[in-house]
Ligand binder design. Structure first.
Ligand code: WTA
Length: 636
């Protein structure tokens, strides 16, 4: 078994240009050489088979592997005592934990055996609804070890959202905790799972990690404590042989229509892609301590807390808490405490901390930082400059990484210290990524100095393969807007230097604090209120969150005050989706601007929410222009 991944790291700008060219001229040769750095139980017979029409994408065809052998077994030979995961608890007074690669190996194997003992088999779906503790990563890797498909659900989602996901993938098991710590709060997570189970029927067992020691309801037929489940289980567990295209995980994400869809990633391609992108973008060096502040409930946590770093033998820091508790210096205190070298966070966190001024930053020494990164939403120049000046002390390259749940890993980003930075630009595509910009009619806009819809024209190893249980939805959502292309849903500009700047979503998805939300999803939740007749939700610029949620609601106010009703609506949305989807502004309106065919003109509502009420463009198709005037008058 090979010990170390050696040849995949690009070190110079000319090296990047050269590798990029190679990846375009002969993608199969390029990726086959990189995949060869990993341990496969059986080599692949063909590197790539694909078409974007069905779509059907297969990488490393017939190759057999287990991703955890590349994370655990391989590193046992060379770095068994190296910290794999350093865990910092919510409360700085509580002890931290360090898991070496050997610890991780043993704990993953032990939990794998525990799940098997409870009847989990290859192909079964397991939902992970847990706090940010090492056991969340152990759970993911244990699923991968035995060939079960994990689906992590962010533990801030409501019981209905959790139930929808359990139902959609027919999960056999749920892994959770008694409660979660978040700042000063204790969140009763197990109660949420109990509620979700009342609405679903596929789950046979729930394994509960004891974290907060709060009271929980207990059903002996279903519930099992984590510590009891692993008791007596062996710390060795043979890794299941997986096909390169077997499912590794499902991760639910919002789209512009209907309920969240289960994005599917498979074992071989995702492994190659996350390790390759991690090493090149962050320029991780052995001995560095790397920290990504995301939650494992999102793709960033999957690819850049767990899989990418651990495949690369990195030390990955995991933080349970929030950036502002006990104070707004918490992130910087952690950077100092562990001498973090690469730090990866979201623009929304940067803006929130920026608002607290420089005092909390100045208290801590940030000299260990070499690379700082952002992900999840466009970063405005002001936040970029603040990050660059006050956190990076002007000598850390910023990697503004553009990618999506569907892309599995980073797609457009500087390579740290190699690609020259430009504030608010994600800069250049990674090797293997062929971006194209098309106008609304699908014509490719060639050359530099153009702006339009961002598409990708060739497969890369980490791309989604399908949406779980509904392949047609995958086809409709990503491969039907523009023939022969993967459509990202984002608008983009390619400037005169060929640098890419992401402009934000062009569909009905809004990005609130880096969290994707479908406007239709929020509307459906609002419409559940018995006094609501109809609603329309749009995004609007928000200083901290990037985008806020603005809801226009037609409602019957005969039994409540406007304030009571809007509070009830907010609670309703929090109950149905989760607190992150609560509208920031709710305006009760007498009607909505509609076309003669009954379609809501969201363009107008977006402009009003932005405070831009002078020029609505063509309004000739409006059924009742008077409605617009009335909405403007009572704008929130
Ligand atoms: C947005 C998060 C600008 C974009 C990894 C994308 C970004 C959506 C950036 C995916 C960036 C992500 N600059 N916008 N660096 N990174 N986005 O699936 O709109 O949660 O389509 O994946 O976030 O969000 P998702």
């Amino acid at each position: 078994m090979k010990n170390q991944i050696t040849t995949m790291k690009i070190q110079t700008l000319s090296g990047y240009i050269h590798e990029y060219q190679k990846s375009i001229i002969n993608p199969e040769q390029f990726w086959s050489r990189i995949a060869d750095e990993f341990y496969w139980k059986k080599p692949w017979s063909k590197t790539l088979k694909w078409n974007f029409d069905e779509p059907k994408i297969e990488w490393f065809v017939d190759g057999k592997l287990n991703i955890t052998e590349n994370i655990l077994d391989r590193h046992l030979y060379t770095m068994k005592d190296k910290p794999a995961i350093i865990w910092e608890p919510n409360d700085p007074k509580e002890d931290n934990r360090v898991l070496t690669y050997k610890d991780l190996y043993e704990q993953v194997c032990q939990f794998s055996n525990a799940m098997k003992a409870q009847g989990v088999e290859k192909g079964d779906r397991v939902i992970i609804y847990m706090p940010m503790v090492p056991e969340a990563a152990i759970a993911m890797l244990a699923c991968a070890r035995i060939g079960a498909v994990h689906s992590v659900v962010f533990a801030g989602f409501s019981s209905s959202s959790l139930a929808d996901r359990i139902d959609d993938c027919k999960a056999k098991m749920v892994l959770t905790s008694d409660g979660n710590f978040r700042g000063t709060k204790k969140i009763p997570v197990k109660d949420v799972v109990d509620e979700a189970l009342e609405k679903t029927s596929s789950v046979e067992k729930v394994i509960v990690y004891k974290r907060t020691e709060q009271e929980v309801k207990w059903n002996d037929n279903v519930d099992l404590w984590w510590h009891d489940a692993i008791d007596g289980q062996s710390k060795e567990c043979e890794a299941e042989e997986m096909d390169a295209e077997d499912l590794l995980f499902i991760l639910y994400t919002s789209g512009s229509t209907g309920k969240p869809k289960g994005v599917v990633h498979t074992c071989g391609g995702y492994m190659v892609w996350t390790a390759f992108t991690f090493q090149n973008v962050f320029q991780y060096m052995q001995g560095d301590t790397y920290w990504c502040t995301a939650d494992v409930g999102w793709i960033t946590g999957h690819s850049y807390i767990v899989y990418g770093p651990l495949l690369s033998g990195a030390t990955s820091l995991m933080f349970e808490g929030v950036p502002t508790w006990p104070d707004a210096g918490r992130f910087w205190e952690i950077v100092d405490k562990y001498q973090v070298n690469q730090f990866y966070t979201a623009p929304t966190a940067i803006r929130a901390l920026q608002a607290h001024g420089l005092e909390p930053v100045k208290k801590h020494n940030l000299d260990s930082l070499k690379v700082i990164g952002t992900v999840g939403e466009p970063i405005n120049e002001e936040a970029w400059n603040w990050y660059h000046t006050h956190i990076g002390k002007t000598n850390c390259p910023i990697v503004d990484t553009w990618w999506q749940t569907e892309t599995g890993g980073i797609m457009i980003s500087p390579l740290a210290g190699i690609t020259p930075n430009k504030p608010s630009y994600a800069t250049l595509p990674l090797p293997g990524i062929q971006p194209v910009i098309v106008d609304n009619d699908g014509n490719e806009l060639k050359g530099n100095g153009v702006e339009g819809n961002l598409c990708i024209k060739f497969p890369w190893p980490g791309m989604l393969r399908t949406t779980y249980g509904d392949h047609d939805r995958c086809k409709q959502t990503y491969f039907s807007s523009f023939k022969g292309l993967y459509f990202t849903g984002d608008g983009v500009k390619r400037d005169h230097d060929g640098y890419y700047r992401i402009l934000g979503r062009v569909d009905d998805v809004i990005n609130v604090s880096g969290h994707r939300m479908g406007t239709a999803e929020v509307e459906n939740a609002i419409n559940e209120h018995p006094r609501v007749v109809e609603s329309a939700v749009v995004g609007y610029p928000h200083d901290i969150k990037g985008q806020g949620i603005y809801a226009y609601v037609i409602a019957d106010l005969s039994t409540r005050t406007e304030e009571n009703l809007t509070n009830e609506i907010r609670d309703m949305v929090a109950n149905i989706i989760g607190p992150i989807a609560k509208p920031d502004k709710i305006q009760i309106v007498p009607g909505l601007p509609k076309t003669r065919s009954g379609k809501i003109m969201r363009r107008i509502l977006r402009k009003i929410a932005e405070g831009n009420t002078d020029n609505f463009g063509d309004t000739s198709t409006l059924l009742d222009p008077g409605v617009v005037e009335k909405i403007i008058k009572n704008r929130k």
